[in-house]
Design a protein around this ligand. Structure first.
Ligand code: PMT
Length: 401
C-alpha cells in the first residue's frame, strides 16, 4: 500500500479503543502518509500524546493554544487534510458533531474540514443501539460522511455485543482503498473469484475433499480489492479469514453449492477467476447414517459434478474468464486444452511437480497461458503471484475495452 503524499488527520476522542490508534498511525506512516493527530481533552486520559507524536513524527494537539503560546489553527489543520478520521468516535463526540458543537480543538477542526470524513464509532452495546446514536449516525451519513461500523465482540464493560471500534486493519484498508480508488484500474469492476476445496459428503461424518487451503484464491481477492474491485469471493471450506471493505465472502461446502452461488453473481461480473479446486465427482447417494465398517471392501458410486468453469465459459457474455489448471503431467498441453474447451481468456497453470507450487504452500510457480502467448513466472509468494495474474487481467481489460 502506498500513500505517499496523502495527508491524514485523525481526531481521537475519549474511549478505551483509543489505544488501538497507535498501530493504525504506525501503519499509515509505514505506507508513507503524513499523519496529524488531535486529541479531545478526555482522549488524553486514554493515550499518550508522546507515543502518538513519536509514531506520527509530528506534534499532537489537544488545545487551541500550545504551552508556548502558539495558536493551533483548527482551520489550517482542517484544510491541510486529504481525509479526516474520527476514531474512536464516542457517543458524546458523535452527538456534538451532529449538532455542530465545538467546545474543543478536535470538534472545531471537524467543523472546518472540507475533505471526506470517516467515523469509527466505539461505545457500549446499549449506547450503540440507542435510537439517538442510530439517528446521529444516520445524520452524519446524510452529511456525506462514511461510517466504519462498530464490530461485535467483547466490550470494555465486559458485556458482549456490537460497539467495539472496527479493527485498525479494517480502518486502514477502508481509508487506503478510498484514497487509492481514484486512479486504480479495477475501480467499479466486479470480480467473482472461487477459492478453496469442495467437500462432497459420503455420510454425516465423511467426505471426499482435496488439499486446497484457499490461499491462492484469497490472495487474488485481496489484491483485486486493493486495486478497487468489488469482489465476491466464493470459498469452499477454508480456515482463512479475510476482512476487506471491497470483499464479500460467501462460504460453501460442495461443488453443487459453489455452482449455485457462482451463477447468482456471474452475469453481473466483469472478471471471473476460478481458482477453486472443485471435486470432479461426488457420491451418488449420501448415506443418512454413518457407514459401518462391516465389509472388507466398500464401493462408492460416484457421479460427475457440474463443471462450474465450463458452464461459465458457455454462458460468457463480456466477462474476462480466467481458469486454473492443476496438472501433474503434460502440463502445458492439458492447460491449453482446458483454455479452449472451457472458452477461457487465460488459464493459470501450476504443476504439482514444481517444488514450492500448488496446494497449501505460501508460494506458487505459474505460467499464464492465453490464446496468443505463454508467460512463465519464477517461484513467488502467492500474493506476488496474485499481482502477476491481475496485471495480466488489467492488460487484457485495457486491450479489449
Ligand atoms: O488453495 P491453495 O492451497 O492455495 O492451492 C491453490 C490451488 C493449487 C488449488 C490453485 O492454484 C489451483 O490450481 N486451482 C485449480 C485446481 C483445479 O481444480 O484444477 P483443475 O485443473 O482440476 O480444474 C481446471 C479448472 O476448472 C479450475 O479453474 C477449476 O476451478 C475448474 N473446475 C474444475 C472442476 C469442476 N467441477 N468445476 C470447475 O470449475
Amino acid at each position: 500500500m502506498n500513500l505517499t503524499g496523502k495527508k491524514i488527520l485523525i481526531l481521537i476522542s475519549g474511549g478505551i479503543a483509543a489505544y488501538k490508534i497507535n498501530s493504525l498511525v504506525r501503519d499509515f506512516v509505514k505506507a508513507n502518509a503524513e499523519v496529524q493527530i488531535i486529541l479531545t481533552p478526555s482522549a488524553e486520559r486514554f493515550v499518550s500524546p508522546l507515543t502518538l507524536s513519536t509514531l506520527s513524527k509530528k506534534p499532537v494537539y489537544s488545545q487551541f493554544f500550545s504551552d508556548n503560546g502558539q495558536w493551533n489553527s483548527h482551520v489550517d489543520i482542517a484544510l491541510w487534510a486529504d481525509v479526516l478520521l474520527v476514531a474512536p468516535c464516542t457517543a458524546n463526540t458523535l452527538a456534538k458533531m451532529v449538532n455542530g458543537l465545538c467546545d474543543n480543538l478536535a470538534l472545531a477542526t471537524y467543523l472546518s474540514a472540507k475533505c471526506p470524513v470517516f467515523i469509527a464509532p466505539a461505545m457500549d452495546l446499549d449506547m450503540y443501539q440507542h435510537p439517538s446514536t442510530l439517528q446521529n449516525l444516520n445524520k452524519l451519513e446524510k452529511y456525506g460522511h462514511f461510517i466504519i461500523p462498530a464490530e461485535h465482540g467483547e466490550l470494555a464493560s465486559g458485556l458482549i455485543g456490537q460497539g467495539r471500534m472496527a479493527e485498525p486493519e479494517t480502518i486502514f484498508k477502508t481509508i487506503t482503498c478510498f484514497l487509492n480508488s481514484k486512479n486504480i484500474e479495477f475501480d467499479n469492476k466486479k470480480f467473482l473469484i472461487t477459492a478453496g476445496p469442495t467437500y462432497e459428503a459420503i455420510d454425516p461424518v465423511r467426505f471426499i475433499g482435496n488439499h486446497s487451503s484457499g490461499k491462492m484464491g484469497f490472495a487474488l481477492a485481496e489484491e483485486a480489492a486493493n486495486r478497487g474491485a468489488k469482489v465476491t469471493l466464493i470459498s469452499g471450506p477454508s480456515s482463512l479469514q479475510i476482512e476487506h471493505p471491497n470483499i464479500e465472502v460467501i462460504r460453501v461446502t460442495s461443488a453443487k453449492e459453489m455452482y449455485e452461488k457462482v451463477f447468482c453473481y456471474y452475469d453481473q461480473a466483469d472478471v471471473a477467476i476460478a481458482s477453486a479446486a472443485v471435486a470432479d465427482y461426488a457420491p451418488k447417494e449420501i448415506a443418512k447414517e454413518k457407514i459401518k465398517k462391516n465389509d472388507e471392501v466398500l464401493t462408492l458410486e460416484l457421479v460427475k459434478n457440474p463443471d462450474i468453469l465450463k458452464n461459465m465459459g458457455q454462458r460468457k457474455n463480456n466477462q474476462i474468464l480466467v481458469g486454473f489448471a492443476l496438472e501433474t503431467q503434460n502440463e502445458e498441453e492439458n492447460a491449453q486444452k482446458k483454455l479452449v474447451q472451457k472458452n477461457l481468456d487465460m488459464i493459470v497453470l501450476n504443476s504439482l511437480r514444481e517444488p514450492g507450487a500448488g496446494f497449501q504452500k505460501d508460494t506458487n510457480r505459474i505460467k499464464i497461458i492465453s490464446r496468443t502467448e505463454t508467460i512463465d513466472f519464477p517461484l513467488k509468494s502467492k500474493s506476488e503471484v496474485a499481482i502477476d495474474i491481475l496485471n495480466c487481467i488489467a492488460q487484457h481489460l485495457n486491450n479489449n475495452h
